[in-house]
Design a protein around this ligand. Structure first.
Ligand code: FAD
Length: 309
């Protein structure tokens, strides 16, 4: 059963990892007893691996997915983008994934590298990528696409963004993986709106565990313009590390304690958020594992995700 079919029957549960830049990072993730092997013990339906902008880290992305496929404990899903890719290059890379047993992909436009104004490739939007993959490879891939409950940062309007999401479905996409969204009212509004627009694809919700102030602010604001609910802002303010959480050598004597307290509160916030999402009628929870095990394992267990299967 592919991942979209699983979500037609029950909620799915999955992790996301990224390709490490160093050999030490690769060993920690893919080595014996490493993070991937630890994550398998939680029985996820799939583990996805991100794809670097402009083709950076593509080699390591394949290495990570090779390990997941070879271990055979869950499905491997590759992220794939239009950035800097010609049609020929896309065909070659996707054929390589298939040759390596990887038949699930998240089809994305991709994050534009700093200073770029377009993809620098033959395809400009995820809609075109989905169409191209179906044209060239038929049904060989199960295709996920991104959905942005708050609207993508560059969209003309939420309505336009939803129309393009529908176009991804019409072009052959199988399921949606969502962008971060902490604003639950907005999420519920979006879910109703996409269903009203005729989008029936299962919705797999992306969750970034709240573990660190700087990473949370960075993720919300560096690219995505995510709304932070008052409760989340309060958590960050209450545990603010002076002069600011980005400072590598803060003068705040309580910095370490504040970090630990924030993490504890953030984990609780994340678990509550998963409860809220599951009550909305979604089809899966996709946890960003951040290439670590302990915190996401705790969150998954406490949120009851281990009993979904
Ligand atoms: P698109 O759907 O192409 O949309 C981009 C913008 O163009 C939107 O504003 C949309 O409204 C508009 N648009 C869409 N189609 C059309 C059209 N046909 N005509 C005109 N306008 C259109 N990035 C990476 O580089 N690597 C990763 O591994 C990665 N993983 C991700 C995982 C998830 C779960 C998510 C949600 C995002 C991920 N991203 C990743 C980020 C993603 O690449 C960015 O959000 C990117 O800016 C948009 O990608 P998209 O596929 O949503 O773009």
């Amino acid at each position: 059963m592919n991942v979209a079919e699983i979500m037609e029957n029950r909620n799915a549960f999955s992790f996301e990892v990224f390709p490490p830049k160093t050999d030490v990072g690769m060993e920690k993730l893919c080595g014996k007893g490493g993070v991937l092997e630890q994550l398998y013990t939680l029985n996820p339906d799939y583990i996805s691996c991100t794809y670097g902008a402009g083709g950076t880290n593509v080699g390591k992305n394949l290495e990570v997915l090779d390990k997941i496929v070879a271990d055979g404990k869950c499905t491997g899903v590759t992220h794939f983008t239009c950035i800097g890719n010609t049609k020929e290059g896309i065909k070659e890379q996707l054929q390589t994934y298939l040759d390596h047993g990887i038949d699930h992909m998240l089809a994305l436009r991709g994050d534009l590298p700093f200073g770029w104004t377009g993809t620098g490739g033959d395809l400009h939007y995820a809609t075109e990528l989905v169409k191209f993959v179906r044209q060239e490879f038929g049904d060989k891939f199960c295709i996920a696409v991104a959905g942005s409950p708050e609207g993508h940062i560059q969209c003309r309007s939420l309505e336009a963004d939803i129309a393009f999401l529908k176009q991804k479905q019409d072009n052959g996409a199988d399921y949606i993986m969502t962008q971060l969204c902490w604003d639950m009212d907005q999420f519920r509004y979006w879910l109703d709106a996409i269903r009203a627009a005729g989008i029936w694809m299962p919705v797999d919700v992306g969750i970034m565990p709240i573990l660190d102030q700087a990473a949370t602010i960075n993720m919300a604001l560096s690219r995505n313009a995510c709304v932070m609910p008052r409760a989340l802002s309060e958590l960050i303010s209450k545990h603010w590390i002076f002069p600011n959480p980005f400072d590598k050598e803060p003068f705040d004597a309580a910095a370490e304690q504040k970090k630990a307290d924030f993490k504890k509160a953030g984990i609780e916030y994340t678990i509550n958020q998963i409860d809220e999402y599951r009550a909305c009628g979604i089809n899966g929870i996709h946890l960003y594992a951040l290439n670590k095990y302990d915190d996401v394992a705790y969150i998954a267990k406490e949120a009851g995700l281990l009993d979904l299967i």
